[in-house]
Design a protein around this ligand. Structure first.
Ligand code: GLA
Length: 739
């Protein structure tokens, strides 16, 4: 709901549990008055008047006491008396760099529209508020568009800049969202890591000065996710205030927090500024990507559940989105089973086993095209290698489909190998600086998809395969970041547009292909989770979470990823033992349990397994088929996320079914079994609790499970998992609390 107080020029954005209050001061400066738990009243005007006045700050508009720097300016500019870091900066033809934005008007409407060329959080039930600001000297107009997703407890913001009639301007910085708090008692929580170690929670106290999470890689990146939250120092999984931002964008980004001289905090997020600039001619407009802002008064758990609901309902698109959408298949992927070393016989043997073990889609990973038998060549040449495949790709796909599996295929369309026909005919299509030898990563270069001709080549190459081969799943990979930032297709003064143009080009390609192939499930991948962001999720409702398939490593990677992204979006596979990356030996039961926290798949040589292992995998796929809708559409409760134990509970939307999983990482001598307290249950209901893998069940009261907890066994050996199925009993039996 959006409540507009015309007289006071105050805008109250209300969601189920939160309020955000914005205000246009008499001077026309917009300020953020409040963001937090929902306030029922609208009496905010005194807050703006009461702001304390510090010394040694410039006055504003000739009023000595009006010290803008002391105010929580909503969308601050540079060059005026607020000397903190601005949210945007434009440079003008006369060389000046100052913009003085004042409130000009507002517009309110129902329904959230798609931003042109950009992924967007959408719903007809969302309400929008546009706050229009203008600079009277240059005529530049800046429109802040807020989307209020009341039922989802989320607010989105994007920014549109429209040039006036005074000449060309250069946008040098443009944050998508900015919010200021009159307080500095916060911890910053970000998701950091590296390749194969994505999305680990990183929490630190902020102090006077700046804290920044950013990527200059041309992708959101493995090292940092476009997510940043501020939390009250005592805020934890289930308590305390948390304010989070997540950018719906897949390129270089920045998120920053500045604590100023007077203990105020400015929090913003947008496209990375150092590597960005954008020219706007008279009358032209530019739209920033969108930032999602979520406040939770009940800790990180509730924050995550709001993100999950919002993304499930309003971000994921296409046939596989939503409860009524198509069911995602259990995959068998040949990558860790064969790497590049396969032939038709091997693939079909794998497929035969996969069918027997309950899998549903066979994914042919890297190595099926050009002359690719290693990562040294052929990216860009998307023609099947008939010799290696023992016939055409179509024949292989049909043989796989005849066995009862759907067929999936790997592509890495944004890349080119120097040893490829594509590169030999179009070296200028690669991003590189003429005269310098290009730096290779994984023996490849990045195609310059800021150029429409290159975009069209990619669309055409992928389309050619999808048109002729019955592919129902595409893994869209991207295995290196951009260096030698330079485009042969852009003018000198446009070179800093390359990063954003690349992402716009990527979005156009994806819009086109996902539009043409609506029934294909696209899974994003960038060497694992190197581009796990809402921008990619808009086009690809599933992303390969990490190349690290070690179950123990995956516990934290998936937990961190689940801070923001719903489990239905995470690709999670069971792989071989010892693990190819860590050499760790982990029980197959635990590997299955961990991979069931998202979209289950298998990525190991099924033909080399013993009978016991096959039996266990068959049990896992059968069990997952029973529970997958709870994982996909239910609510996630992280029960234990530190120390030697991890535990998580998924509850179905109506709360009637649940799955509890527990892993003890290392075995400990001389310990006694403890109990595991559950969350989110109905304290007045009875639940049947069935221990997975054992023929044991009991009926226990919800209040008991949440306050006293579930019995845990004392695990023998490292990396042991335990799992339970919960179902609410409509007609309770007598309450049994013990074995
Ligand atoms: C990347 C992906 C892997 C696999 C390989 C193939 O590393 O993350 O899953 O597809 O490429 O080359």
């Amino acid at each position: 709901m959006i409540r507009v107080l015309e007289q006071e020029r105050t805008f109250h954005l209300v969601t189920a549990h939160t309020s955000m209050v914005l205000h246009a001061m008499p001077s026309g400066h917009l300020v953020s008055l409040y963001w937090g738990g929902r306030i029922e009243d609208d009496a905010f005007s005194r807050i703006a008047k009461d702001m304390k006045k510090a010394s040694y700050l410039s006055g504003t508009d000739g009023i000595r006491d009006f010290r803008l720097e002391q105010y929580p300016v909503l969308y601050p500019s540079w060059g005026n008396p607020d000397l903190r870091k601005p949210a945007f900066q434009f440079s003008y033809e006369d060389g000046s760099q100052m913009t003085d934005l004042r409130f000009f008007g507002y517009r309110q409407y129902q329904g959230k529209k798609k931003l042109e060329g950009l992924p967007t959080v959408l719903h007809d039930n969302a309400e929008c508020l546009e706050l229009i600001l203008k600079d009277s000297l240059t005529g530049v107009k800046v429109t802040l568009t807020f989307g209020v997703f009341e039922a989802w407890d989320a607010i989105t913001q994007s920014v549109r800049v429209t040039n006036g009639n005074h000449g060309d301007i250069q946008i040098q910085r443009l944050m998508s969202g900015c919010f200021s708090f009159l307080d500095d008692q916060f911890d910053a929580i970000s998701l950091n890591g590296a390749w194969a170690r994505e999305c680990h929670e990183n929490r630190q106290k902020i102090r006077q000065g700046s804290f920044c999470v950013e990527s200059l890689r041309g992708a959101s990146g493995h090292g940092q996710n476009p997510f940043l939250a501020l939390a009250e120092p005592g805020a934890e999984e289930d308590k305390g205030n948390v304010w989070a931002m997540n950018l719906v964008y897949s390129g270089s980004f920045e998120a920053s927090v500045e604590v100023d001289m007077h203990q105020n905090t400015r929090f913003m997020m947008g496209i990375q500024s150092f590597s960005f600039s954008w020219g706007l001619k008279k009358g032209e407009s530019f739209v920033s990507p969108e930032v999602v802002m979520i406040h939770s008064g009940e800790g990180l758990g509730a924050m995550s559940r709001s993100f999950h609901r919002l993304y499930r309902d309003c971000l994921l698109q296409g046939a596989y989105a939503g409860r009524t959408g198509r069911k995602r298949p259990i995959l068998i992927n040949n990558w860790e089973a064969t790497y590049f070393d396969f032939d038709k016989k091997k693939l079909l043997e794998l497929a035969d086993e996969a069918v027997k073990l309950g899998m549903e889609c066979f994914v042919l990973d890297d190595g099926w095209f050009g002359k690719r038998n290693s990562d040294e060549n052929s990216l860009g040449d998307w023609t099947e290698n008939r010799e290696k495949l023992g016939g055409s790709l179509l024949e292989l796909a049909e043989e796989i489909r005849r066995r009862g599996l759907s067929f999936g295929l790997w592509f890495e369309p944004e890349m080119v190998s120097p040893d490829s026909d594509l590169y030999r005919s179009h070296p200028e299509w690669a991003i590189q600086v003429p005269g310098r030898s290009p730096q290779l990563a994984r023996n490849q270069l990045v195609l310059d998809i800021s150029c429409k001709e290159v975009q069209d080549y990619i669309i055409e190459s992928v389309d050619r395969i999808l048109k002729t081969v019955p592919v129902s799943y595409v893994k869209w990979d991207m295995n290196r970041n951009i260096t030698e930032w330079n485009s042969c297709f852009l003018q000198r003064d446009q070179q800093k547009e390359l990063g954003h143009r690349y992402i716009l080009g990527l979005y156009r390609i994806l819009e086109e292909l996902t539009g043409r192939y609506k029934d294909v499930l696209f899974e994003g991948c960038a060497g694992g989770g190197g581009r796990f962001d809402p921008g990619m999720l808009f086009y690809m409702p599933q992303i390969w979470t990490s190349d690290d398939t070690d179950a123990v490593e995956r516990l934290d990677i998936q937990f961190g990823t689940s801070y923001v992204y719903p489990p239905v979006a995470m690709g999670c596979h069971v792989s071989a033992c010892p693990n190819h990356m860590t050499e760790r030996l982990t029980p197959l039961f635990t590997r299955g349990l961990v991979a069931m926290q998202g979209n289950l798949g298998y990525e190991l040589d099924l033909t080399s397994l013993g009978e016991e292992e096959k039996k266990e995998i068959h049990r896992q796929t059968e069990f997952y088929k029973q529970i997958r809708e709870i994982i996909w559409y239910g609510e996630l409760y992280r029960l234990k996320k530190e120390g030697n134990e991890r535990a998580f509970l998924y509850l179905s939307e109506d709360g009637s079914r649940g799955v509890v999983s527990f892993v003890q990482i290392l075995a400990k001598a001389n310990t006694v079994p403890k109990r595991l307290k559950l969350k989110g249950l109905d304290p007045k209901a009875f639940y049947r609790v069935e221990r997975v893998g054992e023929d044991k069940s009991m009926v226990v009261h919800g209040s008991f499970l949440m306050n006293l907890g579930l019995d845990l066994d004392r695990p023998k050996g490292d990396f042991q998992g335990q799992q339970w199925l919960l179902s609410r009993e409509e007609k309770p039996y007598a309450c049994h609390t013990g074995e």
